[in-house]
Design a binder for this molecule. Sequence first.
Ligand SMILES: Nc1nc2c(c(=O)[nH]1)N(C=O)[C@@H](CNc1ccc(C(=O)N[C@@H](CCC(=O)O)C(=O)O)cc1)CN2
Ligand SMILES: Nc1ncnc2c1ncn2[C@@H]1O[C@H](COP(=O)(O)OP(=O)(O)OP(=O)(O)O)[C@@H](O)[C@H]1O
Length: 189
Amino acid sequence: MRREFLRVRNALTEDDIRETERDVARRALELDELAKARTVAAYVSVGGEPGTGALLDALRARGTRVLLPALLPDNDLDWGAYDGAASLTTVRHPGKMALLEPGGERLGPAAVLEADVVLLPGLAVDARGMRLGRGGGSYDRVLARLEAAGVRPALVVLLHDSEVVAHLPQEAHDKAVDAVVTPSGVRRF
Ligand SMILES: Nc1nc2c(c(=O)[nH]1)N(C=O)[C@@H](CNc1ccc(C(=O)N[C@@H](CCC(=O)O)C(=O)O)cc1)CN2
Ligand SMILES: Nc1ncnc2c1ncn2[C@@H]1O[C@H](COP(=O)(O)OP(=O)(O)OP(=O)(O)O)[C@@H](O)[C@H]1O
């Protein structure tokens, strides 16, 4: 399933990605949870992911604190603040696409507990809000950490329209998200 969703993304053009960047930002900024959030955990899109750059800059311009992940050797995520495109650094993790990660101070994996909203990457989501990720388990760990700490930020996955599907296989550790934002709108679970 991952391979098939990635194949569809790989066929997208630069224009498609730019368009989704604008539309996903516009739709996401309509979310009440984002308007109220003081801290948002986000990510810098890569490859065929819906673009997140416009959304990151809009949040920052509003005065929202934006945290971005940095991949650790065990696939857990560290976090750092987003201070504009110039604050990002390109990191090559073996076997993965080059990622843009925060270049400044690293705040530690627990920094995500400060987020009022977590924006998650993914490959697909189903009608129950079960998310298919890239398979590293990074965000599964983030969600487990939030649950263990008893904090409950809004969980929002950003996807293309075709990636909202009826049903995905579920494993015991999978946790549902609250909403999906696609270029055509917001769906809540
Ligand atoms: N933009 C973005 N940042 C992110 C994630 C993500 O999914 N998207 N992550 C989410 O956890 C973490 C990084 N994990 C990643 C895991 C795999 C690949 C990757 O390039 N995978 C290849 C396939 C590799 C393979 O076949 O094994 C790919 O998906 O094309 C990238 C990031 C944190 N930052
Ligand atoms: N809380 C956790 N702590 C450590 N490992 C975990 C945790 N949750 C899941 N994993 C492991 O991570 C691996 C990948 O899980 P899964 O296939 O569900 O990833 P995914 O949800 O697609 O990816 P991601 O969460 O990075 O988007 C599995 O081997 C799983 O056992």
